[in-house]
Design a protein around this ligand. Structure first.
Ligand code: RP5
Length: 176
């Protein structure tokens, strides 16, 4: 999907043979999930973004999960709120690594989503990041890609070096 939904302009997907699929249960998850999409964009990771709902579009979800690996995706980031079954159900239908982003809903502060995603039964893992933290989901996806391609490992190393310098610069300024 591209363009505008829920008042958020989506980052342009890097469509050329996507390696990471970002999916979410509703367009209302876009403000949270587009942050992670922007991270992948900054790293230059080819990715796609779309809406897939475990409850409202179960057949679309099955198709997406079943076809993901043969389409060349290496990792799926799935964001959902409330009864957040999307990451777990997708993980049940693909051998790919799935990263779950618990999206904070309106009633239970996102704890409902966190518990729904993190409490997977033995056998079907979902790597769960903190509530609304699609940044870490994207960074974890880059690390997963790094395990199979040194290019992404080098990019991650550089990112970490830059982050450390930024923090050290701030500390230096504070001490002045
Ligand atoms: C979930 O229900 C979605 O992931 C979203 O976080 C939540 C609410 O969806 P909407 O009612 O806003 O579409 O499936």
């Amino acid at each position: 999907i591209m363009g505008e939904t829920s008042g958020v302009s989506l980052p342009l997907e890097i469509k050329e043979k996507p390696l990471v699929g970002i999916i979410m249960g509703s367009d209302s998850d876009l403000p949270v999930m587009s942050v992670g999409a922007n991270i992948l964009k900054k790293f230059g990771v080819p990715f796609e973004v779309t809406i897939v709902s475990a409850h409202r579009t179960p057949h679309r979800m099955s198709k997406y999960a079943i076809e993901a690996s043969e389409r060349g995706l290496k990792c799926i980031i799935a964001g959902a709120g409330g009864a957040a079954h999307l990451p777990g159900m997708v993980a049940a239908m693909t051998p790919l690594p799935v990263i779950g982003v618990p999206v904070k809903g309106s009633s239970l502060d996102g704890v409902d989503s966190l518990h729904s995603i993190v409490q997977m039964p033995r056998g079907i893992p979902v790597a769960t990041v903190a509530i609304n933290n699609s940044t870490n989901a994207a960074l974890l996806a880059v690390r997963i890609l790094g395990a199979i391609d040194h290019k992404w490992l080098n990019e991650m190393n550089q990112y970490m070096i830059n982050m450390e310098s930024e923090v050290l610069n701030k500390v230096e300024k504070l001490e002045l």
